[in-house]
Design a protein around this ligand. Structure first.
Ligand SMILES: Nc1ncnc2c1ncn2[C@@H]1O[C@H](COP(=O)(O)OP(=O)(O)O)[C@@H](O)[C@H]1O
Ligand SMILES: [Mg+2]
Length: 1090
């Protein structure tokens, strides 16, 4: 339990303990309260949870699970590798590791003692230990080969030495002790296997429900046809007497496959091809031997002599072994007894022959088995001669109680008894030694010591084995009964021996004790042995004739197997008895074991059905009892229930005390002392050893554990708290950091944005201002420039003008113009001067005008003509008086009214308008008339008034004044009608050359009462013109309308009469004639003009 490991432990490792996650208690020592029930209950609880391993201190209790559990994986191997024994939950690997490391590191030879009844799992346990050691020890080509050979020796030995029994389908029928040898580094070098007493009786006879050794079945079902014919064998099991048929095939066992495995294993271990062949030949020979049968043949002397019945099997067997058939045949019929130089030959009866046959078969097989072991040892033997470290693994047949228990069971149980003995001795001694080593006071503890039973069996004087030998060697008739008698006399008083007789002597009757039986109260229970066969089996007699016959065989192995058959070495001394041999080898084994550090694995069988999950309490209880496990626990707890090195216990409990937590700086022992005092553990509850603390009561330990658990929870919370705090803090810091970064970036970004905005705004403003300034300056500059330019221009122009003015006269360009002007002037001059001479007359009607001399004078010429004309007219007009002027005006007006409208007009032009044709002023005739007329008479003439009725004209005087016209009688000058001019609306005349005219009056006026006037005059043109002129000036009204047409209406009284002018031939001279046609029409015919 000391800390070891160093370098391999350098990686971070969580310290675990056996005490962690316990189901029940992992170490029985800690069981509280301790009694058988709680013990079994703990086992059951753990078994139910697949925890098949439980400790008692350093002893491992192993429950057979009868099914494969996932706890033997390479990962598990790694888990247990280099870990302290109590660090992890109980496991066989922990024990193997502990043993291996003690061997390697502390140079202590180890032995692993595996005990338990048949089928409890011993062989499996031994294999697990070996495989673990193989897995953890060194590697390398050579090492691996050795490992492989060591491991592969198992299948070979199991094939030949194991058989199906009622207890176990793969029961080891021999005891096996294997020494594995290691070098100083812990690498395996090789091994030595010792075998103990093969149960050879099985070769010939098997109990019900059991089988012969596996190899027979494997050979028959797995070998090729070729091999079988070579071996002269038949596949059919039923052909062979030695093979039990009722359980020839076993569930879960594949014999054929196993045969191949064995074959392979033999190759790996190093068997030569021919060696394998030889071995199989011997196996075949045994089968053949079983088939040899005998029949009696009467002899003259009255005895029956045995003869071989069917010689075929004998023949084949002899062929297989290379024996002369006759020799063997004879050996089955005769027996030679040599005594004192004399050879006496006696015949064998049939029973003896069978006995001899079976003895031969058994010997043949068991010697073959021993040879196999020797051969394997040869292969796996360590090569180097250096000192080895040794780890012994003992897998011996377990304690057996059958219905019929015979010599074999006796031997087997004796062996177990011895193992129990050594267990007791070593455990107790170990315990005691530890106390002494640690300087703790040792108080003795009561336990059952089976030394007394061992003594009963092996005592040299009166032990059962000694007596059996004595019987066997005694001359005279020796039977099993005489042996029992002897026991009865010698052992009767022994408290562990019972027989019917010994009981009787005590006046006790026990009907469970039949005759010819004795009972031994073994440590593991009472076993009833049937004495039948004890003597024979102990003698293990093989007739010399047979061994000699075997020796003579040509088969390669036979001489080795039967060395006593050598005629040259006839030894008359009896061979040692089986019991004696066994006792000797067990003795040797025990001595061997005692020199080594023991490690115990105590196998327990949970049920009798080879079934998983079944826990038969009574069965387990029985085993617990006889294995002395309770005592084991008690012894272990006698002083102190629990011990632990100071370092590891300080490590485990340091959190219970302030001073030791989290680190104890001083020595571990002081730390533990401080710790325990602080925890106020009563002083009697613990003791301080040299390197370990011893705790007396498991309860104390549990209290510590409980407090530790509570403390761990607090610590876990604390760690959790701190971790969470740390995590949150880191998280927070991270967040904070990130936030700062984000904020910084954001601020930067925002500022950048802002800056850019301001910058661009500034730029805009700047540009505007600059633009404005620039424009202002530009404007200024432009203005200045324009001013300058203007000045320049003005100056230039001015200068130009000046210069031009100054220099014009000098310019030739002006010459043309001057000449031209001059010429024009001359031409004009000439023209005007010429015109003076050629001027036309001053008459306004003179149309002549000199021709123009030049085209270009056209405008001026015609203008001059016009001016001249006007000037002439002016001159002309200047000559007229006012009267003349009025005459011409009237003439002009007449022209305007009539020109081209009335045919009469042209003739009037040359007539001057006299006006007063009557000379009214002067003529006194018209005095009265004249006076009647207030105003000046503008016209006075004689007109014809046309009669309205007939159209005949009557002369009338027509006077026109400024305001009215007057019609007066020509003769009288009486005014007939005076019509104010405003009452005259219009005047109608014809187009022709007549002098008719109609004066139309305003309707409704006073003048119009008599209707319109139709008149004719000589001076029509003048009359009408004057009327028109006066009407126009007199009344403040439009001029009198002058209607010129050849047809017009005239209002006569109430009637409107149409006056129509026609062109007619001249009737009355030149004057026109008027004629009333009808009421409505007045026709005027006018002579056509010449
Ligand atoms: N650790 C184990 N895991 C699984 N099965 C086991 C184990 N130990 C034993 N067994 C089963 O029990 C049977 C008997 O075991 P074995 O070791 O041959 O018993 P023993 O040697 O004690 O007579 C094995 O054949 C196997 O089926
Ligand atoms: Mg076994």
């Amino acid at each position: 339990m000391t800390e070891r490991g160093g370098a391999t432990h350098s990686k971070m490792e969580v310290k675990t303990s056996l005490l962690d996650n316990m189901i029940g208690v992992g170490d029985m020592v800690l069981l509280e309260p301790l009694n058988e029930n709680s013990f079994i209950e703990n086992l059951r609880k753990r078994f139910d949870h697949n925890e098949i391993y439980t400790y008692i201190g350093s002893v491992v209790i192993s429950m057979n699970p009868y099914r494969s559990l996932p706890i033997f994986t390479p990962e598990k191997v790694e888990e247990y590798r280099n870990r302290n024994f109590y660090e992890l939950s109980p496991h066989i690997y922990a024990l193997a590791d502990e043993a291996y490391r003690s061997l390697r590191d502390q140079d202590k030879d180890q032995c692993i003692l595996i005990t338990g009844e048949s089928g409890a799992g011993k062989t499996e346990a031994s294999k697990l230990v070996m495989s673990y050691v193989a897995a953890v020890c060194g590697k390398g080509q050579e090492v691996n080969k050795v490992k492989e050979q060591l491991l592969q020796s198992n299948p070979v030995l199991e094939a030949f030495g194991n058989a199906k029994t009622v207890r176990n389908d793969n029961s080891s029928r021999f005891g096996k002790y294997m020494d594995i040898e290691f070098d100083f580094k812990g690498d395996p070098l090789g091994g030595v296997i010792s075998n103990y007493l093969l149960e050879k009786s099985r070769v010939c006879k098997q109990p019900r429900g059991e089988r012969n050794f596996h190899i027979f079945y494997q050979l028959l079902s797995g070998a090729s046809n070729d091999t079988l014919t070579k071996l002269k064998l038949d596949r059919d099991f039923s052909k062979y007497n030695y093979l039990s048929l009722d359980s020839a095939t076993v569930n879960g066992l594949d014999d054929a496959a196993s045969f191949r495995t064995v074959w392979n294993a033999m190759q790996i271990v190093g068997f030569m091809e021919d060696e394998v062949q030889s071995v199989l030949e011997l196996v075949a020979a045994v089968l053949k031997l079983g088939n040899i049968e005998f029949k009696p043949e009467s002899r003259v002397n009255g005895f029956d002599e045995s003869r071989v019945k069917d010689k075929n099997d004998l023949k084949e067997m002899c062929e297989l072994l290379g024996i002369e058939q006759s020799v063997l045949e004879r050996a089955f019929s005769y027996r030679t007894v040599e005594a004192k130089m004399e050879k006496v030959s006696t015949t064998l009866n049939v029973a003896q022959a069978y006995y001899a046959r079976d003895a031969l078969a058994k010997n043949l097989y068991s010697r073959l088995f021993s040879w196999l072991v020797t051969r394997i040892n040869e292969s796996i033997k360590a090569q180097a001669k250096t000192r080895h470290k040794v780890m012994g693994v003992l897998d011996i047949y377990g304690f057996e109680i059958f219905e019929d228990n015979s010599f074999e069971q006796f031997i087997i149980n004796y062996c177990n008894e011895k193992l129990q003995q050594i267990f007791i001795e070593l455990t107790l001694r170990e315990e005691q030694e530890e106390y002494i080593r640690e300087g703790i006071e040792w108080t003795n503890i009561e336990y059952f010591n089976n030394a007394i039973i061992c003594d009963l069996i092996e005592n040299n004087q009166n032990g059962i084995l000694a007596m059996l030998d004595e019987e066997c060697l005694r001359p005279g008739t020796v039977t099993d009964d005489t042996f029992l008698d002897k026991l009865n006399t010698i052992c009767a008083e022994h408290q562990h021996f019972e027989s019917r007789l010994s009981k009787n002597s005590k006046f006790l009757t026990d009907h469970s004790l039949p005759h010819s039986c004795f009972r031994i109260q073994h440590y593991a229970g009472k076993v009833l042995y049937r004495v039948e066969g004890f003597v024979d089996k102990n003698n293990d007699l093989l007739y010399r004739d047979l061994s000699q016959a075997m020796y003579k065989a040509t088969h390669s192995l036979m001489k080795q197997l039967f060395p006593e058959g050598n005629p040259a070495k006839v030894n008359l001394k009896r061979p040692p008895t089986a019991g004696f041999q066994f006792k000797a080898s067990v003795g040797g084994l025990m001595r061997n074991l005692q020199t080594k550090n023991p490690n115990y694995i105590r196998c327990i069988k949970p049920n009798d059905k080879k079934a998983a999950h079944i826990f038969t309490e009574s069965l387990v209880c029985h085993q617990v009892r006889y294995l002395g496990l309770m005592e084991n626990v008690r012894v272990r707890r006698a002083g102190y229930a629990f011990r632990q090195s100071y370092e590891s216990s300080l490590e485990r409990y340091k959190m219970l005390c302030k001073q030791t937590w989290p680190h104890w700086r001083g020595a571990a022992r002081d730390g533990v002392e401080v710790l325990l005092t602080d925890c106020s553990v009563p002083a009697e509850e613990f003791a301080y050893g040299r390197s370990k603390i011893f705790i007396r009561n498991p309860r104390t330990l549990f209290t510590l554990e409980e407090r530790r658990r509570a403390c761990l929870e607090d610590l876990a919370t604390l760690i959790q708290k701190i971790y969470r705090g740390w995590r949150c803090r880191t998280q927070f810091l991270l967040l904070k950091k990130s936030q700062v970064v984000v904020a910084a970036w954001y601020r930067r970004y925002a500022q950048q944005k802002k800056y850019q905005k301001i910058k661009s705004a500034t730029l805009v403003m700047q540009s505007f201002i600059r633009g404005w300034k620039a424009r202002k300056i530009l404007r200024q500059l432009k203005y200045e420039k324009r001013c300058k330019e203007a000045v320049t221009t003005i100056a230039a122009y001015w200068h130009g003008t000046q210069v031009r003015r100054e220099y014009r006269k000098f310019f030739r360009a002006n010459a043309g113009k001057k000449i031209y002007n001059f010429t024009i002037q001359r031409i004009m001059q000439k023209y005007f001067l010429g015109l003076k001479t050629t001027m036309p007359s001053m008459s306004p009607i003179d149309n002549t005008w000199p021709a123009r001399p030049y085209m270009f004078l056209e405008g001026a010429h015609s203008e001059l003509r016009r001016i001249f004309h006007f000037w002439r007219c002016k001159k002309y007009q200047g000559q007229f008086t006012e009267e003349k002027k009025a005459v011409y005006e009237e003439k002009l007006e007449a022209s305007e009214i009539f020109k081209d409208k009335k045919a009469l007009y042209p003739s009037s032009v040359s007539q001057p308008f006299k006006g007063d044709y009557l000379e009214i002023q002067k003529n006194p005739k018209y005095q009265k008339l004249n006076s009647a007329v207030e105003d000046k008479v503008l016209l006075a003439d004689v007109v014809n008034k046309i009669n309205r009725a007939n159209g005949k004209g009557a002369p009338r005087l027509f006077l026109l004044t400024k305001n009215n016209f007057v019609l007066a009688d020509q003769k009288t000058g009486q005014v007939k009608a005076s019509v104010p001019l405003p009452d005259l609306t219009s005047v109608s005349v014809s187009t022709q050359s007549d002098g008719f005219f109609a004066l139309k009056l305003k309707e409704g006026s006073a003048s119009a009462a008599k209707g319109d006037f139709l008149l004719s005059s000589e001076h029509l043109i003048e009359l009408i013109t004057k009327l028109h002129r006066t009407g126009a000036t007199a009344a403040d009204r439009d001029q009198i309308n002058i209607d010129i047409s050849d047809e017009f209406l005239v209002q006569f009284n109430q009637d409107k009469v149409c006056v129509k002018f026609i062109q007619g031939g001249p009737k009355n001279g030149n004057s026109a004639a008027c004629k009333r046609k009808n009421n409505r029409l007045l026709e005027v015919s006018v002579p056509s003009s010449p």
